[in-house]
Design a protein around this ligand. Structure first.
Ligand code: ARG
Length: 400
């Protein structure tokens, strides 16, 4: 193995990655440079650089990737309709390849031999980081201290940290593990590991409990242009801000709480909860517009793509040729995806109550039951005879 002199560490400012910072320096005698990507995990990231330096980082990088995250990762997944196992909008899963890319780019710039992350050996995130990093730089050394070190519990980590005067915040005593970005919050551990127990109120970060949401519904009008959400209630927003705003409004209305048991890449079933108000609202709006605009064959085929797309993202295969190829298909389907959707948010429910588009295939003259109808009902009997011919033939055979 090459001598490791410089390591780029994916750093969140939390307990794990702070302890890892010290541990790597002690174990490898290497210089550790921290890398933190802002994907919209919280309002205040200012403390992170300072904390990294205090904890012994040679340098601390902070990169605002919110725009790139939304445009290049969240948007394609939205347009694909990608929901893992039908529910999870993939916030964490979409963030990992982008962070991994940031780590590899920085390693190349800094001449570092290795990158390091704070993922455990049981989760998906280690897979996503490492598959991506190796796809982008097959030579890079990847260190995952959590998988190999001797610290076996949170308490031991806290003891380790205190012994080296790493600041430990009280908030870090939460029983849950959180991962947050603009597309949602992922929550696990603690009582949530009991799949029978309802998630306690304290597990949620950005949504109100539906019963405490306003009694009056909130109406939203969302406009999409070529598959890109562009306006909210008539006002233009950059995608990042639109998502932030929908998280806020959706959160107040108790939208986007997801409770599921899912299949991890490593073969474990795990109980996870999510909060993704903007993702739930935008998937709802986008899906509705597709129902209006896409022809039946494309519309019915698209969920097959969505299923595969969600698996690729979840399984850490963002940088795969198949994902790129599917993007080509999705791109084709989005060219006419412009229009407006009216939504009603009320106590945890997000309901579509109206939709319109210049590209709508909904033709009221055809659909109407009034005398204005242009649909030729006389053509129906012949169609039905031929459509039903196989079953009629079978019916005759059975009778014999
Ligand atoms: N189960 C989700 C996923 O695989 C969430 C993972 C949360 N990650 C974390 N480090 N807490 O994408």
């Amino acid at each position: 193995m090459r001598k490791i002199r410089k390591i780029i560490l994916a750093y969140s400012g939390g307990l794990d990655t702070s302890v890892i910072l010290c541990w790597l320096k002690e174990k490898y005698g290497a210089e550790v440079i921290t890398y933190t990507a802002n994907l919209g995990q919280s309002q205040s990231l200012d403390f992170i650089k300072e904390k990294a330096e205090k904890t012994g980082a040679a340098k601390a990088y902070m990169e605002d990737l919110r725009e790139e995250f939304c445009r290049k990762y969240v948007l394609p997944a939205l347009q694909a309709g990608a929901l893992y196992e039908g529910k999870y909008p993939l916030a964490t899963a979409l963030g990992r390849p982008l962070i991994a890319k940031g780590l590899v780019d920085l390693a190349e710039k800094e001449g570092a031999q290795a990158i390091a992350h704070g993922c455990s050996g049981k989760g998906n995130d280690q897979v996503r980081f490492e598959v991506t990093a190796r796809a982008l730089n097959p030579e890079i050394i990847i260190l995952a201290p959590l998988r190999e070190w001797e610290l076996n519990s949170r308490e031991e980590e806290i003891r380790y940290a205190r012994a080296r005067s790493i600041p430990v915040e009280v908030s870090e005593e939460s029983p849950y593990s959180f991962d947050r970005n603009l597309w949602g919050v992922s929550i696990e551990c603690g009582i949530l590991e009991d799949a029978w127990q309802e998630p306690p109120a304290g597990a949620f970060q950005i949504t109100r409990p539906p019963q405490k949401a306003p009694d009056e519904p909130t109406y939203l009008e969302i406009e999409l242009e070529e598959g890109v959400p562009s306006k909210l209630n008539g006002k233009t927003y950059p995608l990042v801000n639109l998502i932030e705003e929908l998280n806020r409004i959706g959160g107040i209305n108790g939208i986007g709480r997801i409770d599921m048991v899912e299949n991890r890449v490593v073969g474990i079933k795990s109980r996870e909860i999510y909060e993704a108000p903007a993702a739930v609202i935008l998937h709802c709006a986008h899906r509705e517009l597709e129902k209006l605009i896409l022809d039946r064959e494309t519309l019915h085929f698209k969920p097959i793509i969505a299923q595969k797309y969600s698996e690729l993202v979840y399984n850490g295969l963002w940088y795969s040729p198949l994902r790129k190829a599917l993007d080509g298909f999705i791109y084709q389907t989005q060219k006419m995806m412009s229009g407006q959707v009216k939504l009603k948010l009320h106590k945890g429910n997000c309901q579509v109550v109206g939709r319109r588009s210049p590209y709508s295939l909904y033709d009221r003259d055809l659909a109407t039951y009034t005398k204005e109808s242009t649909f030729n009902q006389k053509a129906a009997p012949g169609f039905i005879r031929i459509w039903g011919l196989p079953l009629k033939t079978m019916g005759k055979m059975r009778k014999k």
